[in-house]
Write a new protein. Structure first.
Ligand code: SF4
Length: 398
């Protein structure tokens, strides 16, 4: 990795640094400092139940759809990132919100909950590789370069929920909004209106969601999109390319959804009679273009739940969710779209030993792994989140 002057960067190692403390190149920590119970302990389920019962109404457990079954079993509510953040905000009486998900989600929950509530992430190493693809100093550098190119004053940032609180705060400070995978079309329409004629959107950090929303959902030309590479001077773009573009897509992607391929869609259509392909909009544009249905995890669940018995699905989203859908809807024929895609490794960091450790610590009066966003950052991030909540037609479906 290099700076714009070509100097190698040592503070943005692409690898997970092992050891105590924090990985400064990442939005997450690097390890769990506690004495975890052994994964083989046969009493773990009972221990989790007992700790949860002991904490009673003081505790609220949130479980993201991509979490393991062993963790989802203890969730008071399941959902995707924004739904869970809103669920947390709707429980002002819960003293502790244990977030079984990844770091950026716990940050959003902390921003949206009261100061008297504590959000706990059972394993600090549960980050998100997509969120890590946009570091705040890179985003600030990008904005400075947009200023230099004379386009910053007509550019509105739109930032996907899957980003650090610092980048949400950047978005709030620059008049932009947050979006989720279910309201990206509304958010982008709003931002394009704000930007005005000849204006632009800087879409962070998932290039695929940005491109799919602009070209597929809004039906606008792909040629209006350019990709900003944070590792190259001026994003690897010329001033003319920047001036001509409407969508400046940050070069980030989901390590799971980015792997679903055109070949996998073609194989599913060849091998599964009458199959319907349903994928998440974090998938690549070519894959989304071939799918029958595209939507957030909440939409995927709703669509499959509403389909007639016997419908065959090839599903392109995280494997924990697809396996659960197959178990929940045995009357449907559900296949995982791509044989070479694994679970999301960071989502899977939250396992039963970490959950038991976090809950039993709370019972003992120790708060472990609290997620506390800096108040200044939280204030500006909240501005961007509130702009999203005020978008026309915003619902609680994501
Ligand atoms: S599935 Fe993708 S976007 Fe979601 S937490 Fe994992 S890496 Fe991040």
């Amino acid at each position: 990795m290099t700076t714009t002057t070509g100097t190698p960067r040592t503070d943005r190692l692409p690898l997970l640094v092992l050891g105590q403390g924090r990985d400064l190149a990442s939005e997450r920590g690097v390890e769990c400092p506690g004495d975890l119970p052994a994964p083989s302990d046969p009493g773990l389920v009972e221990r989790a139940r007992a700790a949860k019962a002991a904490l009673g109404d003081r505790l609220f457990v949130l479980g993201h759809h991509y979490q393991r079954d062993e963790v989802i079993e203890f969730a008071d509510v399941t959902g995707d990132s924004f739904k869970l953040a809103k669920e947390a905000a709707a429980r002002p009486d819960a003293e502790f919100v244990v977030f079984c998900g990844v770091h950026f989600m716990a940050e959003s929950a902390d921003i949206l909950t009261a100061d008297t509530q504590t959000v706990v992430l059972p394993d600090l190493a549960a980050g998100c590789s997509m969120a890590d693809m946009a570091a705040i100093d890179q985003v600030e550098e990008c904005w400075d370069e947009l200023v230099e190119a004379g386009v910053a004053d007509v550019t509105v940032p739109v930032t996907y929920m899957n980003s650090s609180a610092a980048i949400k705060a950047f978005t709030g400070r620059h008049g932009g909004t947050i979006c989720t995978s279910s309201n990206a079309e509304t958010a982008l329409t709003w931002a394009l209106e704000q930007a005005g004629d000849g204006g632009k959107v800087l879409f962070l950090p998932d290039q695929h969601l940005g491109r799919n929303t602009y070209a597929r959902d809004l039906g606008r030309p792909l040629e209006d999109c350019v990709v900003w590479d944070p590792h190259r001077p001026m994003g690897g773009l010329t001033p003319e390319q920047l001036r001509d573009a409407t969508m400046i897509l940050w070069r980030g992607h989901c390590s799971v959804h980015g792997r679903f391929s055109v070949e996998a869609v073609e194989a599913a259509r060849r091998e599964i009679p009458d199959v319907k392909v349903i994928v998440h909009p974090e998938c690549r544009h070519e894959v989304v273009g071939l799918a029958d249905e595209v939507g957030s995890t909440e939409k995927i669940i709703r669509t499959i739940a509403a389909a007639p018995a016997g419908t065959a699905w090839a599903v392109g989203t995280e494997l924990n969710l697809v396996r659960r859908l197959a178990a929940q809807f045995p009357e449907q024929r559900i296949a995982f779209l791509e044989k070479n895609v694994c679970y999301c490794s960071t989502m899977n960091r939250i396992d039963l030993p970490h959950l038991v450790w976090a809950l039993e610590s709370l019972v003992d009066g120790r708060v472990v792994n609290p997620i506390r966003v800096d108040p200044e950052v939280a204030h500006h991030a909240r501005v961007a989140l509130d702009r999203m909540l005020a978008l026309p037609g915003e619902t609680s479906k994501d």
